[in-house]
Design a protein around this ligand. Structure first.
Ligand SMILES: Nc1ncnc2c1ncn2[C@@H]1O[C@H](COP(=O)(O)OP(=O)(O)O)[C@@H](O)[C@H]1O
Ligand SMILES: [Mg+2]
Length: 306
């Protein structure tokens, strides 16, 4: 299958406060390489703070990488012009904040068509509404008059209205009720069957189970494991993937905290070696210094166990 998007050795460093005047480097992403094949759903999974959104933002050109690059059809995404935003679009987590509350649904859907000087706008709008299963009468409403599910469908309609090749979806079901989550996942699957490729970001391994073709597991900005969904979920190789699977159901950590009142455990992410070693029951002294990246019959694993 054709690789339409290639992420090569991506590193993102943020300068963060380390005292009154001092700043230090914080690695949100560390040498991440992966690719998206045409027609697939690639899930990016990991706990909150692992760098998933940073990866998504760079792919969307909302952030610049510190090192490394992203290629779309073998050309650096920052060398593409406006055409890139037509071919690669986004659905964010919360439609209530990603949709302008002052605009009618019709205006929301029309905006990208105007920006890209597309003709037959009414036809495109009708077509997009049909694809997300919304009635035309919603066109006159504003986001706050819609249910959460309807609003996310509008956000999806806006994302597909220019007929992109790739959609980056960043936790698109995390703000929705469980029953609605299912419907929206179903909709993504339907759109994928029509040929749309997805980078689908989630902290929820159950979402991965439902929707992914392949899955990339990231922790502290490092790609830990990457492979076909069935293989990774049934036979995880990286201890961190095992940990994620053992902790199903994984809720958003904030909710999990509230419900369970779990005891706080602070893990210092090490600068050197494997970032997971302080939490890893298999860790050896070697893991404090280095970690190997291996290819196990097409499965990428960054771990000294192999
Ligand atoms: N603009 C920024 N400045 C400083 N730190 C940031 C910035 N954006 C993200 N981070 C940090 O980078 C890490 C990864 O963030 P993010 O990519 O949003 O993670 P995720 O989406 O997996 O929850 C977090 O620790 C976050 O606090
Ligand atoms: Mg995020």
């Amino acid at each position: 299958m054709e690789e339409i998007l290639k992420v090569e050795n991506l590193t993102k460093v943020y300068k963060v406060k380390a005292g009154f005047f001092r700043k230090k480097d914080f690695y949100a992403l560390k040498g991440v390489s992966l690719n998206l094949k045409k027609g697939e759903i690639l899930c990016i999974v990991g706990e909150s703070g692992s760098g998933k959104s940073t990866l998504g933002k760079i792919i969307l050109r909302l952030e610049k990488p510190t090192e490394g690059k992203v290629l779309y059809k073998d050309k650096d995404i920052f060398k593409w012009g406006k055409e890139y935003t037509r071919r690669v679009s986004v659905v964010f987590q919360d439609p209530r904040s990603s949709l302008n509350p002052r605009m009618k649904v019709k205006e929301i859907l029309e905006e990208p068509l105007i920006v890209h000087r597309i003709k037959n706008r009414q036809e495109k709008i009708t077509d997009a509404l049909e694809k997300v299963h919304l009635e035309e009468e919603l066109l006159e409403k504003r986001p706050l008059q819609l249910s959460g599910g309807q609003a996310q469908r509008v956000a999806i309609a806006r994302a597909i209205i220019l007929e992109p090749e790739i959609v980056v979806a960043d936790e698109p079901t995390a703000s929705l009720d469980v029953s609605i989550q299912e419907e929206i996942l179903e909709l993504f699957t339907e759109l994928n069957k029509k040929g749309l490729s997805f980078i689908f970001i989630t902290h929820d391994i159950r979402v991965v189970e439902k929707i992914a073709d392949r899955v990339a597991v990231i922790y502290a900005g490092v790609l830990m494991e990457l492979g076909k969904k069935e293989a990774v979920l049934k036979n995880p190789k990286h201890p961190y993937t095992m940990f994620l699977l053992e902790n199903v159901p994984v809720k958003h950590p904030r909710e999990r905290r509230k419900e369970l009142k779990i005891e706080e455990e602070e893990y210092e992410i090490p600068d050197k070696g494997c970032p997971f070693y302080p939490r890893c029951s298999y860790a050896t002294d070697e893991c404090k210094k280095i970690f190997r990246r291996v290819d196990l019959n097409g499965r990428f694993v960054a771990c000294n166990l192999y």
